[in-house]
Design a binder for this molecule. Structure first.
Ligand code: ADP
Ligand code: MG
Length: 603
């Protein structure tokens, strides 16, 4: 029998190895940014097109490379960062496996320009699927620019595995945030589809957090600081009242490297134990510095997980440091912060004109765990516009004239024998009424959702959303990533009656909303809308997502007592819908209980 083992051709071996390192555009972003930092750059620009599918480019002003290095760096296991296996245990730099560039070159079309300060002329190299196709001398700035174009152009299967642009872009931003947070002394900018979306100048950590996540963060941060023989802890934790329902900004860095650790997270969260209900998550930006020999960052191929030699002590130290920070803040709410330093950093437009001292308003009754009972107020307003109020007779006539899509509607074919005004509310949730052949039981929440969805659809199509000015405009402060998405959402929101205006690149103002949303928690609603918006890909699905989320959030809740007239209006409006039988998320809005079925129960 002949031998069957063959060595894979290099190109295939490279592609396979690349799969581990470069899974999506964001993986290349991480590797290229880390290389730029290792090269000693103090200014780094990331350029993205089409969520990184067509272009990921990183430009740095670091050390640059010699002609030989510029060629060698694309080989597998080419690294200037480790010389022996001993070095593996004392890594100070970011990369160390010498795999990133080789992997990128295996699955894309690459262009690099690089020049060292001591050289008069730089070198440019082009590579496609691991093959060097061009190399020449060029005039270029000191430092390195690497462009990764058309990722997975030669591996269509992997290309098809990429998610929608918003999802891939969110991954890229996450990598960008991590690197930018870990290196506040370095100036970073991010250019997405030709627009500069983030620019954070060299500064301190507080300025960096504020620059990335918005001015709001300035008042949220409490410093954390602890020096022990095994670890130095620094950074910020967020005040308990700013904890969020969705896991927000939670960052750990160990020796300058972002890591995920449910174990460290637990240490911090447990320090908030009595201050936060379970479902709220505190934000934090915490840096641990320790002897590299005491940590193993190599246990995971993408190097975001970690193992500590002395886990128990680290846990205890981090937890008590967090407790102390929160405690200190409770005693003296003023925090060490250099206001000028942050102001110097605002968009220049804001710096013009006289500066006024920031006003501080304190609400002594503020209770972070108190949720607004907005519904009670809302119900004082007419539940549903009355101009469309119909009586049951005309309602049913309408149905009789309608076409087949309503055929399965149980009551449409019945002659009217339902008196308006004969409604009962059960459990403050279900509205029961009599029809000729039995009873219908309507879920008030799902029914109202359906009504709102159809109204919102009409508003969006006709740009007919009516809005009422808010007495106090609501300021929405966002992370840069979200701000980009919100700008995209503005036309749709305006059409729906939510007037949202850009204040600057991280701040928006809601000045008016549709009447039925007057009392909603608008900040939370925006959070939910953003999440939903991110998750859908086409414009149409995004708009549908917005509408159904707004409807779900603002519909009458279960458990709310309704007046007779409100029940009547709700039922009228439900059956005036084009699809009264299903809710926004596909559940039945009502069920019918036939007299025959009722009788059967008595047999
Ligand atoms: P690693 O970072 O693990 O060493 P990479 O494949 O990421 O492996 O990079 C290979 C080598 O190329 C690095 O060790 C470094 O010497 C060089 N290099 C990569 N990017 C840059 C850059 N932006 N500036 C200067 N040198 C770089
Ligand atoms: Mg590297």
């Amino acid at each position: 029998m002949s031998d069957i083992i063959r060595l894979l051709p290099d190109s295939v071996a490279n592609q396979i190895a690349a799969g581990e390192v470069i899974q999506r555009p964001a993986s290349a972003v991480k590797e290229l940014l880390e290389n730029a930092i290792d090269a000693g750059a103090d200014s780094i620009t990331l350029i993205i097109k089409d969520a990184g599918r067509t272009l990921v480019q990183v430009i740095d002003n670091g050390s640059g490379m010699s002609v030989t290095d510029a060629r060698l760096c694309w080989e597998r296991h080419a690294t200037s960062k480790i010389k022996s296996s001993d070095d593996l245990f004392a890594i100070k730099t970011m990369g160390f496996r010498g795999e990133a560039l080789a992997s990128i070159a295996a699955v894309s079309q690459v262009e690099m320009k690089t020049r060292r300060p001591q050289d008069d002329i730089g070198v440019s190299i082009q590579i496609e699927a691991s093959q060097v196709i061009k190399q020449e001398f060029v005039h270029c700035n000191v430092g390195t620019s690497i462009s990764m174009k058309n990722l997975f152009f030669n591996v269509p299967v992997r290309r098809n595995f990429l998610k929608s642009n918003p999802v891939e872009y969110t991954h890229i931003l996450e990598e960008f945030y991590r690197v930018a947070l870990a290196n506040p002394a370095i100036t970073f900018s991010l250019i997405n589809n030709n627009a500069e979306v983030i620019k954070v100048k060299s500064g301190n950590l507080r300025q960096r957090v504020v620059g990335l996540f918005g001015m709001d963060y300035n008042e949220r941060l409490i410093p954390i600081e602890e020096q022990t023989s095994i670890v130095h802890i620094s950074g910020f934790v967020c005040k308990p009242e700013f904890a969020r329902k969705k896991r927000g900004e939670q960052y750990f860095f160990v020796n300058g490297r972002f890591i995920k650790s449910s174990f460290l997270n637990h240490a911090i969260v447990s320090a908030y134990k009595d201050l936060l209900p379970d479902q709220l998550h505190p934000g934090y930006f915490v840096f641990l510095e320790m002897d590299p020999k005491q940590v193993d960052i190599n246990i995971h191929p993408t190097k975001t997980e970690i193992k500590f030699e002395d886990e128990k002590s680290i846990y205890a130290i981090l937890r008590s440091a967090t407790q102390r920070s929160i405690g200190r803040f409770n005693v003296s709410p003023t925090i060490d912060f250099d206001q000028e330093a942050v102001l110097s950093f605002l968009p220049t437009s804001k710096m013009e004109g006289p500066l006024t001292a920031p006003a501080i308003t304190v609400n002594p009754d503020f209770n972070p765990f108190h949720t607004q009972t907005s519904r009670t107020r809302q119900m004082e307003m007419p539940l549903i516009e009355r101009n469309s109020a119909k009586n049951w007779e005309s309602l049913y006539q309408g149905f009789e004239n309608r076409n087949s899509k309503l055929d399965e509607l149980p009551i449409q074919t019945e002659s009217v024998n339902l008196n308006s005004g004969v409604f009962f509310q059960v459990n403050d949730t279900y509205i029961i009424s009599r029809v000729k052949s039995g009873l219908i039981i309507i879920d008030q929440h799902l029914a109202h959702q359906r009504i709102l969805v159809e109204r919102l659809e009409t508003m969006l199509n006709n740009h007919s959303g009516v809005s009422q000015k808010l007495m106090f405009p609501v300021l929405i402060n966002l992370a840069a990533a979200d701000a980009v998405l919100v700008s995209e959402m503005i036309p749709a929101l305006n059409a729906l009656g939510i007037e949202l205006h850009t204040v600057d690149n991280l701040n928006f103002q809601i000045t008016a909303v549709a009447p039925y949303m007057q009392e909603s928690d608008l900040e939370e609603l925006m959070d939910v809308l953003l999440e939903e918006y991110k998750a859908s890909s086409t414009l149409e699905s995004k708009q549908r997502a917005l509408i159904s989320k707004i409807a779900v959030r603002t519909a009458i809740k279960r458990g709310q007592t309704l007046q007779l007239s409100e029940m009547e209006a709700l039922v009228n409006d439900l059956f005036a819908c084009s699809q009264p039988q299903i809710s926004a998320n596909g559940k039945p809005t009502y069920i019918r209980l036939e007299t025959a079925e009722i009788s059967k129960r008595f047999e």
